[in-house]
Design a protein around this ligand. Structure first.
Ligand SMILES: NC(=O)c1ccc[n+]([C@@H]2O[C@H](COP(=O)([O-])OP(=O)(O)OC[C@H]3O[C@@H](n4cnc5c(N)ncnc54)[C@H](OP(=O)(O)O)[C@@H]3O)[C@@H](O)[C@H]2O)c1
Length: 242
């Protein structure tokens, strides 16, 4: 840690402790990695190619005591998410805090065009929650209902950020890690629901030609810097909403 309350070398447990969750209330933590030129993925369209061991270490630490991992469908389709399973080392701490043994995958997808046979759906310990619109394509809905998924439909043609969070909190999932992508993160930010942004700056340029356009925000949203970790040339910043 080169800036923040606990400067010096940190082991894995100290890294996890540097990302505390509040005792009460929902808390949405956004996790993203960006290049020096602001790209969320490398030229291959994957965030893994701009990430590294240090970034992945923080990513894993932040998930350890989360309740839900919230992800947009574009990221699931691009990245091929794996199963979310319980980690024996964290079992006692999670049980003591009244948490489920494993994080619950939560996926936002109006189209329901998702890889239903992938490990994320078939192999996660908890049944994934899929958040969609009131009237998704009928064939896609039929496939979703046949899959291992808990499909929740919003009331209208969109999937409002507030409804997403309310749905998770109603399931007792109040510690939410939002792992993007940019479109989902933007809608959560627009609704004022991102409490914390854990952003890694990768020491690389990737170009922006392959980046999907989003709707954009009407105004900037600023955050306060809490700490900066560094390793291997990466900067891992923890920012919280003022
Ligand atoms: N740098 C990083 O840390 C990081 C993290 C995650 C992803 N990425 C990269 O980002 C790229 C994907 O970007 P993206 O912006 O397309 O990802 P995304 O936000 O994961 O996915 C967009 C899709 O998710 C659904 N969606 C998300 N938010 C929604 C909302 N508020 N309302 C309704 N539907 C919503 C829609 O699904 P349907 O299409 O199913 O209707 C939409 O097409 C990939 O290249 C990925 O590798 C980078």
């Amino acid at each position: 840690m080169i800036f923040g309350p606990d400067r010096g070398e940190l082991d894995d447990d100290a890294v996890a402790a540097a990302y505390p969750w509040p005792d009460a209330g929902p808390w949405v933590r956004a996790m993203m990695v960006t290049t020096l030129d602001g790209a969320p993925a490398g030229p291959d369209g994957l965030s893994g190619s701009i990430s590294g061991d240090a970034d992945r270490g923080v990513f894993d630490a932040v998930r350890r005591h989360a309740d839900a991992v919230l992800v947009g469908a574009g990221t699931i389709r691009a990245e091929g998410y794996g199963a979310q399973t319980a980690k024996p080392a964290d079992a006692a701490a999670r049980a003591a805090q009244g948490q489920r043994p494993a994080t619950v995958p939560a996926i936002v997808s109006p189209s329901l065009d998702l890889p239903w046979d992938s490990e994320l759906f078939t192999g996660s310990d908890e049944v994934p929650i899929v958040l969609t619109v009131a009237d998704p394509p009928a064939d896609a809905l039929a496939r979703a209902r046949a899959a291992r998924a808990d499909v929740r439909r919003a009331e209208g043609d969109d999937v409002p950020a507030r409804w997403i969070l309310d749905t998770l909190v109603a399931e007792g999932l109040r510690r939410v890690v939002c792992e993007g992508g940019p479109r989902l993160l933007e809608s959560m930010t627009r609704a004022g629901l991102v409490d914390e942004a854990d952003i890694t700056v990768s020491p690389a340029f990737a170009g922006l030609a392959h980046v999907n356009a989003t709707d954009g925000l009407d105004e900037i949203r600023t955050f306060d810097l809490v700490h900066v970790l560094t390793a291997d040339g990466f900067l891992m910043g923890r920012y919280v909403r003022p």
